[in-house]
Design a protein around this ligand. Structure first.
Ligand SMILES: Cc1ncc(COP(=O)(O)O)c(C=O)c1O
Length: 348
Protein backbone atom coordinates (compact mmCIF):
# COMPACT_ATOMS: atom_id res chain seq x y z
CA UNK A 1 0.00 0.00 0.00
CA UNK A 2 1.35 3.45 -0.95
CA UNK A 3 2.53 5.62 1.95
CA UNK A 4 0.69 8.93 1.79
CA UNK A 5 3.04 11.57 3.14
CA UNK A 6 1.16 14.70 4.16
CA UNK A 7 3.80 15.96 6.61
CA UNK A 8 5.03 18.76 4.36
CA UNK A 9 5.55 19.79 0.75
CA UNK A 10 9.28 19.54 1.55
CA UNK A 11 9.04 15.75 1.08
CA UNK A 12 8.58 16.17 -2.68
CA UNK A 13 11.33 14.47 -4.64
CA UNK A 14 12.95 15.97 -7.76
CA UNK A 15 11.21 15.24 -11.07
CA UNK A 16 12.86 13.21 -13.86
CA UNK A 17 13.24 16.47 -15.79
CA UNK A 18 15.18 17.97 -12.89
CA UNK A 19 17.61 15.06 -12.84
CA UNK A 20 17.96 15.27 -16.65
CA UNK A 21 18.65 19.00 -16.33
CA UNK A 22 21.63 18.19 -14.06
CA UNK A 23 22.94 15.63 -16.54
CA UNK A 24 22.48 18.00 -19.51
CA UNK A 25 24.31 20.81 -17.73
CA UNK A 26 27.14 18.39 -16.95
CA UNK A 27 27.32 17.23 -20.58
CA UNK A 28 27.55 20.84 -21.70
CA UNK A 29 30.27 21.51 -19.12
CA UNK A 30 28.28 24.36 -17.52
CA UNK A 31 29.26 23.76 -13.88
CA UNK A 32 31.95 25.92 -12.33
CA UNK A 33 33.05 27.33 -8.98
CA UNK A 34 30.14 29.47 -7.82
CA UNK A 35 32.17 31.03 -5.00
CA UNK A 36 33.98 32.92 -7.75
CA UNK A 37 30.80 33.32 -9.81
CA UNK A 38 31.75 30.77 -12.48
CA UNK A 39 28.82 28.37 -12.41
CA UNK A 40 26.78 29.21 -15.52
CA UNK A 41 23.72 27.33 -14.29
CA UNK A 42 23.65 29.19 -10.98
CA UNK A 43 23.98 32.48 -12.85
CA UNK A 44 21.10 31.52 -15.13
CA UNK A 45 18.90 30.57 -12.17
CA UNK A 46 19.68 33.81 -10.36
CA UNK A 47 18.83 35.90 -13.45
CA UNK A 48 15.62 33.98 -14.03
CA UNK A 49 14.58 34.30 -10.37
CA UNK A 50 15.30 38.04 -10.31
CA UNK A 51 13.10 38.44 -13.40
CA UNK A 52 10.32 36.27 -12.01
CA UNK A 53 10.32 38.31 -8.79
CA UNK A 54 10.68 41.69 -10.48
CA UNK A 55 13.87 42.53 -8.57
CA UNK A 56 17.26 43.84 -9.72
CA UNK A 57 19.22 40.78 -8.57
CA UNK A 58 18.92 37.41 -6.86
CA UNK A 59 21.17 34.97 -5.02
CA UNK A 60 20.96 31.20 -4.56
CA UNK A 61 21.15 30.23 -0.87
CA UNK A 62 21.10 26.86 0.83
CA UNK A 63 17.69 27.08 2.52
CA UNK A 64 14.76 29.29 3.41
CA UNK A 65 16.13 29.75 6.90
CA UNK A 66 19.49 30.91 5.54
CA UNK A 67 17.76 33.24 3.06
CA UNK A 68 15.62 34.85 5.73
CA UNK A 69 18.47 35.43 8.17
CA UNK A 70 20.63 36.87 5.39
CA UNK A 71 17.85 39.28 4.40
CA UNK A 72 17.39 40.40 8.00
CA UNK A 73 21.09 40.80 8.78
CA UNK A 74 21.89 42.55 5.50
CA UNK A 75 19.34 45.30 6.01
CA UNK A 76 19.46 46.05 9.74
CA UNK A 77 22.07 46.60 12.45
CA UNK A 78 22.79 44.85 15.75
CA UNK A 79 20.20 45.69 18.40
CA UNK A 80 17.48 46.60 15.91
CA UNK A 81 14.00 45.32 16.59
CA UNK A 82 12.40 43.11 13.93
CA UNK A 83 8.60 43.16 13.90
CA UNK A 84 7.34 39.67 13.14
CA UNK A 85 3.96 37.97 13.25
CA UNK A 86 3.82 35.96 16.46
CA UNK A 87 3.39 32.62 14.68
CA UNK A 88 5.71 33.39 11.79
CA UNK A 89 8.39 30.97 10.70
CA UNK A 90 11.15 33.54 11.21
CA UNK A 91 10.09 33.97 14.82
CA UNK A 92 9.12 30.43 15.77
CA UNK A 93 11.09 27.98 13.66
CA UNK A 94 14.46 29.41 12.67
CA UNK A 95 16.39 28.66 15.83
CA UNK A 96 16.35 32.28 16.94
CA UNK A 97 18.94 32.85 14.21
CA UNK A 98 18.28 36.56 13.92
CA UNK A 99 19.31 37.03 17.59
CA UNK A 100 22.08 34.46 17.69
CA UNK A 101 23.73 35.51 14.46
CA UNK A 102 22.75 39.14 14.11
CA UNK A 103 22.04 40.49 17.59
CA UNK A 104 18.55 41.34 16.36
CA UNK A 105 15.62 41.59 18.71
CA UNK A 106 12.34 40.03 17.57
CA UNK A 107 9.10 41.81 18.39
CA UNK A 108 6.22 39.35 17.89
CA UNK A 109 2.82 40.91 17.16
CA UNK A 110 -0.57 39.33 16.53
CA UNK A 111 -1.69 39.02 12.93
CA UNK A 112 -5.05 38.31 11.35
CA UNK A 113 -4.74 35.04 9.43
CA UNK A 114 -0.99 35.64 9.55
CA UNK A 115 -1.18 39.20 8.19
CA UNK A 116 0.11 42.04 10.36
CA UNK A 117 -2.46 44.82 10.06
CA UNK A 118 -0.97 48.23 9.18
CA UNK A 119 -2.35 49.68 12.45
CA UNK A 120 -0.68 46.86 14.41
CA UNK A 121 2.63 47.76 12.77
CA UNK A 122 2.09 51.45 13.52
CA UNK A 123 1.46 50.64 17.20
CA UNK A 124 4.53 48.39 17.37
CA UNK A 125 7.02 50.91 15.98
CA UNK A 126 9.15 52.32 18.80
CA UNK A 127 9.36 56.03 19.47
CA UNK A 128 12.76 57.68 19.10
CA UNK A 129 13.71 57.30 22.76
CA UNK A 130 16.97 55.88 24.10
CA UNK A 131 15.09 53.42 26.34
CA UNK A 132 13.83 51.45 23.37
CA UNK A 133 15.49 49.32 20.74
CA UNK A 134 15.22 50.88 17.29
CA UNK A 135 12.60 49.38 14.98
CA UNK A 136 14.44 48.15 11.90
CA UNK A 137 12.24 45.90 9.84
CA UNK A 138 8.89 44.16 9.46
CA UNK A 139 8.53 40.67 8.01
CA UNK A 140 5.52 39.51 6.01
CA UNK A 141 5.10 35.74 5.48
CA UNK A 142 3.24 34.81 2.29
CA UNK A 143 1.71 32.27 2.37
CA UNK A 144 1.64 32.07 6.14
CA UNK A 145 2.45 28.53 7.18
CA UNK A 146 1.17 28.33 10.74
CA UNK A 147 -1.96 30.35 10.02
CA UNK A 148 -2.87 27.58 7.54
CA UNK A 149 -1.28 28.53 4.21
CA UNK A 150 -3.10 31.86 4.22
CA UNK A 151 -2.58 34.36 1.43
CA UNK A 152 -1.68 38.04 1.68
CA UNK A 153 -2.79 40.13 -1.31
CA UNK A 154 -0.62 42.70 -3.09
CA UNK A 155 -2.91 45.44 -1.75
CA UNK A 156 -2.33 44.23 1.82
CA UNK A 157 1.42 44.13 1.25
CA UNK A 158 1.29 47.67 -0.14
CA UNK A 159 -0.66 48.98 2.86
CA UNK A 160 1.84 47.43 5.26
CA UNK A 161 4.79 48.70 3.22
CA UNK A 162 3.37 52.23 3.28
CA UNK A 163 3.47 52.23 7.09
CA UNK A 164 6.94 50.66 7.04
CA UNK A 165 8.22 53.46 4.75
CA UNK A 166 6.59 56.12 6.88
CA UNK A 167 8.79 54.96 9.79
CA UNK A 168 11.84 54.21 7.69
CA UNK A 169 11.60 50.45 8.30
CA UNK A 170 12.71 47.80 5.83
CA UNK A 171 10.15 45.20 4.79
CA UNK A 172 11.09 41.60 3.99
CA UNK A 173 8.83 38.91 2.55
CA UNK A 174 9.34 35.34 3.71
CA UNK A 175 7.92 33.87 0.54
CA UNK A 176 8.83 30.24 1.18
CA UNK A 177 5.48 29.52 -0.53
CA UNK A 178 5.08 32.78 -2.46
CA UNK A 179 4.11 30.95 -5.63
CA UNK A 180 1.26 29.21 -3.82
CA UNK A 181 -0.06 32.68 -2.97
CA UNK A 182 0.45 33.89 -6.54
CA UNK A 183 -1.39 30.88 -8.00
CA UNK A 184 -4.23 31.17 -5.47
CA UNK A 185 -4.69 34.87 -6.29
CA UNK A 186 -4.01 34.36 -10.00
CA UNK A 187 -1.42 37.14 -10.08
CA UNK A 188 2.28 37.08 -11.02
CA UNK A 189 4.50 36.54 -7.97
CA UNK A 190 6.33 39.80 -8.72
CA UNK A 191 3.14 41.73 -7.97
CA UNK A 192 3.11 40.31 -4.42
CA UNK A 193 6.65 41.52 -3.73
CA UNK A 194 6.63 44.80 -5.65
CA UNK A 195 6.47 46.77 -2.39
CA UNK A 196 9.00 44.85 -0.30
CA UNK A 197 12.73 45.47 -0.10
CA UNK A 198 13.68 41.80 -0.15
CA UNK A 199 12.09 38.42 -0.67
CA UNK A 200 13.06 34.82 0.02
CA UNK A 201 11.49 31.99 -1.96
CA UNK A 202 11.97 28.23 -1.48
CA UNK A 203 12.64 26.06 -4.52
CA UNK A 204 12.47 22.92 -2.39
CA UNK A 205 8.88 22.94 -1.16
CA UNK A 206 5.88 22.65 -3.51
CA UNK A 207 8.14 23.44 -6.47
CA UNK A 208 9.85 20.09 -5.85
CA UNK A 209 13.52 20.99 -6.31
CA UNK A 210 15.75 19.01 -3.95
CA UNK A 211 17.67 21.91 -2.39
CA UNK A 212 17.80 25.67 -2.30
CA UNK A 213 16.17 29.02 -1.88
CA UNK A 214 16.55 32.40 -3.51
CA UNK A 215 16.83 35.84 -2.00
CA UNK A 216 16.12 38.81 -4.23
CA UNK A 217 16.17 42.59 -4.00
CA UNK A 218 18.34 45.48 -5.13
CA UNK A 219 21.88 44.98 -6.51
CA UNK A 220 23.19 46.59 -3.33
CA UNK A 221 21.23 44.18 -1.11
CA UNK A 222 22.42 41.17 -3.09
CA UNK A 223 26.03 42.39 -2.83
CA UNK A 224 25.68 42.41 0.98
CA UNK A 225 23.71 39.15 0.96
CA UNK A 226 26.53 37.48 -0.99
CA UNK A 227 29.07 38.51 1.64
CA UNK A 228 26.80 37.25 4.44
CA UNK A 229 26.14 33.95 2.67
CA UNK A 230 29.89 33.30 2.62
CA UNK A 231 30.18 34.19 6.31
CA UNK A 232 27.39 31.74 7.13
CA UNK A 233 29.13 28.93 5.28
CA UNK A 234 26.77 29.08 2.32
CA UNK A 235 29.38 29.62 -0.39
CA UNK A 236 29.02 26.55 -2.61
CA UNK A 237 31.23 25.31 -5.43
CA UNK A 238 29.62 23.48 -8.43
CA UNK A 239 26.22 24.56 -7.15
CA UNK A 240 24.76 24.23 -10.64
CA UNK A 241 23.83 20.72 -9.52
CA UNK A 242 21.32 22.44 -7.24
CA UNK A 243 20.50 25.27 -9.63
CA UNK A 244 19.58 23.05 -12.61
CA UNK A 245 16.54 21.57 -10.81
CA UNK A 246 15.81 25.07 -9.51
CA UNK A 247 15.43 26.35 -13.07
CA UNK A 248 12.99 23.53 -13.87
CA UNK A 249 11.14 24.41 -10.64
CA UNK A 250 10.62 28.00 -11.80
CA UNK A 251 9.81 27.10 -15.41
CA UNK A 252 7.59 24.06 -14.98
CA UNK A 253 6.35 23.66 -11.43
CA UNK A 254 4.50 26.86 -10.58
CA UNK A 255 1.24 26.40 -12.46
CA UNK A 256 0.68 22.89 -11.17
CA UNK A 257 0.45 24.18 -7.58
CA UNK A 258 -3.24 24.76 -8.31
CA UNK A 259 -3.71 20.96 -8.25
CA UNK A 260 -2.36 20.91 -4.68
CA UNK A 261 -4.83 23.64 -3.74
CA UNK A 262 -7.70 21.69 -5.31
CA UNK A 263 -6.69 18.57 -3.38
CA UNK A 264 -6.56 20.57 -0.14
CA UNK A 265 -10.09 21.82 -0.82
CA UNK A 266 -11.31 18.26 -1.48
CA UNK A 267 -9.78 17.11 1.80
CA UNK A 268 -11.47 20.04 3.52
CA UNK A 269 -14.86 19.21 1.99
CA UNK A 270 -14.65 15.71 3.51
CA UNK A 271 -13.12 16.58 6.88
CA UNK A 272 -15.53 19.45 7.48
CA UNK A 273 -18.31 16.89 7.80
CA UNK A 274 -16.71 15.36 10.90
CA UNK A 275 -18.57 16.50 14.01
CA UNK A 276 -16.60 18.60 16.53
CA UNK A 277 -13.56 18.94 14.29
CA UNK A 278 -12.35 22.56 14.07
CA UNK A 279 -11.45 23.31 10.48
CA UNK A 280 -11.26 26.27 8.10
CA UNK A 281 -11.39 26.18 4.34
CA UNK A 282 -7.80 26.18 3.01
CA UNK A 283 -6.63 29.02 0.77
CA UNK A 284 -3.68 27.04 -0.60
CA UNK A 285 -2.07 23.66 0.22
CA UNK A 286 -2.04 23.64 4.03
CA UNK A 287 -4.92 22.55 6.26
CA UNK A 288 -4.89 22.65 10.03
CA UNK A 289 -7.55 20.83 12.01
CA UNK A 290 -8.26 21.41 15.69
CA UNK A 291 -8.86 18.30 17.80
CA UNK A 292 -9.54 20.11 21.07
CA UNK A 293 -13.22 19.08 21.17
CA UNK A 294 -12.40 15.44 20.49
CA UNK A 295 -11.02 12.89 22.86
CA UNK A 296 -7.62 12.63 21.19
CA UNK A 297 -4.52 14.66 20.44
CA UNK A 298 -2.14 14.97 17.49
CA UNK A 299 0.30 12.22 18.62
CA UNK A 300 -2.61 9.76 18.88
CA UNK A 301 -4.10 10.80 15.52
CA UNK A 302 -0.73 10.55 13.80
CA UNK A 303 -0.09 7.12 15.31
CA UNK A 304 -3.48 5.88 14.11
CA UNK A 305 -2.88 7.32 10.65
CA UNK A 306 0.57 5.76 10.51
CA UNK A 307 -1.00 2.32 11.03
CA UNK A 308 -2.86 3.07 7.78
CA UNK A 309 0.32 4.26 6.00
CA UNK A 310 -0.59 7.93 6.19
CA UNK A 311 1.95 10.35 7.62
CA UNK A 312 1.48 13.70 9.35
CA UNK A 313 3.78 15.43 11.83
CA UNK A 314 2.54 14.50 15.27
CA UNK A 315 4.78 15.30 18.20
CA UNK A 316 2.46 17.40 20.33
CA UNK A 317 -0.74 19.41 20.73
CA UNK A 318 -4.26 19.27 19.39
CA UNK A 319 -3.69 21.05 16.07
CA UNK A 320 -2.86 18.68 13.22
CA UNK A 321 -1.45 19.80 9.87
CA UNK A 322 -2.00 18.23 6.45
CA UNK A 323 0.02 19.53 3.49
CA UNK A 324 -0.81 18.63 -0.11
CA UNK A 325 1.87 18.51 -2.80
CA UNK A 326 2.91 16.96 -6.11
CA UNK A 327 3.24 13.45 -4.74
CA UNK A 328 -0.32 13.39 -3.36
CA UNK A 329 -3.12 12.35 -5.73
CA UNK A 330 -6.86 12.80 -5.45
CA UNK A 331 -7.13 9.09 -4.54
CA UNK A 332 -4.67 9.67 -1.69
CA UNK A 333 -6.84 12.51 -0.45
CA UNK A 334 -9.94 10.33 -0.47
CA UNK A 335 -8.10 7.55 1.38
CA UNK A 336 -6.88 10.10 3.95
CA UNK A 337 -10.35 11.58 4.42
CA UNK A 338 -11.80 8.12 5.01
CA UNK A 339 -9.07 7.20 7.49
CA UNK A 340 -9.44 10.43 9.50
CA UNK A 341 -13.21 9.98 9.64
CA UNK A 342 -12.81 6.37 10.76
CA UNK A 343 -10.41 7.39 13.54
CA UNK A 344 -12.22 10.52 14.72
CA UNK A 345 -15.85 9.55 14.39
CA UNK A 346 -15.17 6.47 16.47
CA UNK A 347 -13.81 8.83 19.15
CA UNK A 348 -16.40 11.61 19.13
C1 LIG B 1 7.11 30.01 5.85
C2 LIG B 1 8.46 29.36 5.88
N1 LIG B 1 9.55 30.12 5.87
C3 LIG B 1 10.79 29.60 5.88
C4 LIG B 1 10.96 28.24 5.91
C5 LIG B 1 12.37 27.70 6.00
O1 LIG B 1 12.77 26.98 4.91
P1 LIG B 1 13.92 25.86 5.06
O2 LIG B 1 13.28 24.68 5.67
O3 LIG B 1 14.36 25.66 3.64
O4 LIG B 1 15.00 26.44 5.90
C6 LIG B 1 9.85 27.40 5.92
C7 LIG B 1 10.03 25.93 5.96
O5 LIG B 1 9.12 25.18 6.17
C8 LIG B 1 8.56 27.97 5.93
O6 LIG B 1 7.46 27.22 5.98
Amino acid sequence: MKTIDLRSDTVTKPTDEMIQAIVKAHEKDRFGDDVIGEDEVVNELQEKAAQELGKEAALLVTSGTQGNVIALLAQTKRGDEIIVEEQSHTFMFEGGGMSVLGGLYPRPVKGVKGYILPETLRDAVRPDDAHYPQSGMVVVENTHNYAGGTVTTSQQVRELAEVAREYNLRIHCDGARLFNAAVALNVPAKKLVADVDSVQICLSKGLSAPVGSIVAGTEEFIHDAHRLRKKLGGGMRQAGIIAAPGIVALEKMINRLKDDHTNAKILYSHLSRIPDLEIEEPETNIIFVGLQNLDLDVPKLSQELKKRNILIYGEYGTRARFVTHRMISKEDILRTAEAVAEILVGKS
